[in-house]
Ligand binder design. Structure first.
Ligand SMILES: [Zn+2]
Ligand SMILES: [Zn+2]
Length: 273
């Protein structure tokens, strides 16, 4: 019998922002399996790091990476492999490298999650340390519009088939920026439209639980209200802990299960890819 749940956005210790050596394919797949969750891995694919010698996605390392995954898949057959692709709207050089990488390895992957985490090239909207550097230089509204522009370009590129944490721009700043209610309302409308664009392209929409796992947000990204609207419009969803360490992964397990129950309760279609 297939496992009842899926978590399709899990980072391993091959991601540069994972500091937990215990976050191996094996450990995470086993912990998921024991809880009834099929794990889909999604390490960061970021062309800025392609020159780093120990990067798992370099040609000389990718064979070992895929072998390690295949060994785990042999034990836990519902385990799947994706990447979380970094999209840079103003760096055609990096996007060309990414496209070439996908030409070589897309067939090794079950899915590609696409996100434009960075605004003004170097500042991740998911990281308060970066956002702090923009205080006094940019307003939240400008940052939000840059993020939306990047996401729109990501969708148009056709490189991805999954849209992770669509409204993450509202999640990373931890109150560093004042967000005017009318700016928030307009941003959420535009992000809903981005999701509709993604759905129109056949992409799946992620229900990202990271903020719930670390206790910083009561809702997933996008919010349950947005999920409800999109579910009525025929979106396909998948659940994501976006775990970056084993502790986060384990803490996310009950939330991953609850999120499936909530999606099932609203009659939402689940993406099984
Ligand atoms: Zn992300
Ligand atoms: Zn992630």
């Amino acid at each position: 019998m297939p496992l009842p749940y899926r978590d399709l956005h899990v980072h391993t210790n091959h991601s540069h922002d994972c500091r937990d050596p215990g976050s191996t394919f094996e450990n995470l797949a086993r912990l998921g399996h024991e809880a009834g969750i099929a794990v889909g891995f999604a390490d960061h694919l970021d062309a800025r790091h392609f020159e780093e010698e120990d990067l798992c996605f370099r040609e000389e390392n990718i064979g070992t990476y895929l072998e390690e995954f295949d060994e785990v898949k042999a034990r836990y057959p519902e385990t799947t492999l994706g990447v979380e692709l970094e999209f840079y709207p103003d760096r055609p050089d990096l996007m060309e490298l990414t496209r070439e990488w996908l030409d070589r390895h897309r067939r090794d992957l079950d899915r590609v999650l696409g996100s434009a985490h960075f605004v003004y090239s170097d500042f991740a909207v998911t990281w308060h340390v970066h956002l702090r550097q923009l205080v006094g230089k940019r307003t939240f509204e400008e940052i939000m519009d840059e993020y939306i522009r990047g996401e729109r370009a990501m969708l148009a590129s056709g490189l991805a088939d999954c849209m992770p944490h669509a409204d993450v721009v509202f999640r990373g700043h931890r109150g560093i920026f004042e967000v005017e209610p009318d700016v928030q309302r307009r941003g959420q409308e535009e992000i809903l439209d981005l999701c509709r664009d993604a759905i129109g392209r056949g992409m799946a929409i992620e229900v990202n639980l990271l903020g719930m796992v670390d206790g910083s947000h009561p809702d997933p990204s996008p919010s349950w209200d947005m999920v409800q609207v999109l579910a009525r419009e025929g979106a396909r969803f998948y659940v994501a802990s976006d775990a970056h360490d084993t502790a986060g992964y384990v803490n996310g397990i009950p939330l991953v299960i609850k999120a499936h129950e909530r999606l099932n309760g609203m009659g939402a279609e689940l993406f099984l890819g």
